[in-house]
Design a protein around this ligand. Structure first.
Ligand code: DX5
Ligand code: ZN
Length: 215
């Protein structure tokens, strides 16, 4: 059984309230909220005011994925907007240990996302301080991309790092997750599956979430 974190990036932004109501009724335990700045990634999504509104529309876990440069400047602002988990990219954090402790000092769980072409071993020295590793299974910036198959090996290697350290870090997979790869990802060690297109383009999103959850 995986934790399912639907990505609102794939929702109709004119009907975000309906999307939140649908997710509230579903078995999704988390909402995945993708913040893009047009600098760290070549796309711009949404930011603090939208997250504030989504926070008011759910009591589920708000899992905020920052694809932005200098994320340490915005930690307090995302806490105020309602984030429960704040995930920063290792590639955007020259002082990762410090950034993680700033996130925790605000009472949030600290996540670290890692791009497909970044070696997973860079996280080993920090693993005990990381609540969640978000393994990118596409290059960040856009929903609806094809899942990168080498993700499985990366998840297995990450699981070994976590186990060797005696850490309790959760493994989240983000990008191209669908009903065909979900079970194999959980078998490889994934705890949390992000799904945007697969959920929001499904004929029955609630049934799709249940299918993914049972992986
Ligand atoms: C990509 C985002 C993902 C994206 C996933 O940069 O981090 O969370 O919304 O979308 P799908 O599930 O459509 O690949
Ligand atoms: Zn994401």
């Amino acid at each position: 059984m995986a934790i399912i974190a639907p990505s609102l990036l794939a929702a109709n932004f004119l009907q975000l309230g309906d999307a939140c109501a649908m997710l509230n009724k579903s078995e999704a335990a988390w909402f995945h909220l993708d913040v893009m700045d047009g600098s760290f990634v070549p796309n711009i999504s949404f930011g603090l005011p939208i997250i504030e509104q989504i926070r008011k529309a759910t009591t589920k876990v708000c899992d905020v994925h920052l694809m932005i440069v200098s994320p340490e400047k915005y930690i307090e602002a995302f806490k105020k907007a309602g984030a429960d988990i704040l995930t920063v990219h290792v590639e955007a954090c020259p002082e990762l240990a410090n950034t993680l402790s700033l996130i925790k000092a605000q009472g949030m769980k600290a996540g670290v996302a890692i791009n497909p072409n970044t070696d997973i071993t860079v996280l080993a020295p920090f693993i005990k301080d990381i609540d969640l590793v978000c393994v990118m299974s596409v290059f960040p910036g856009f929903g609806g991309q094809k899942f990168i198959e080498t993700t499985y090996e990366k998840v297995v290697a990450l699981k070994q790092i976590i186990t060797a350290a005696g850490a309790t870090t959760l493994i989240e997979i983000d990008g191209g997750v669908d009903a065909n790869n979900a079970a194999a990802l959980v078998k490889a060690g994934a705890d949390v599956l992000v799904a945007g297109t697969t959920v929001f383009k499904a004929a029955d999103p609630i049934a799709m979430i249940a299918t993914l959850q049972q992986s």
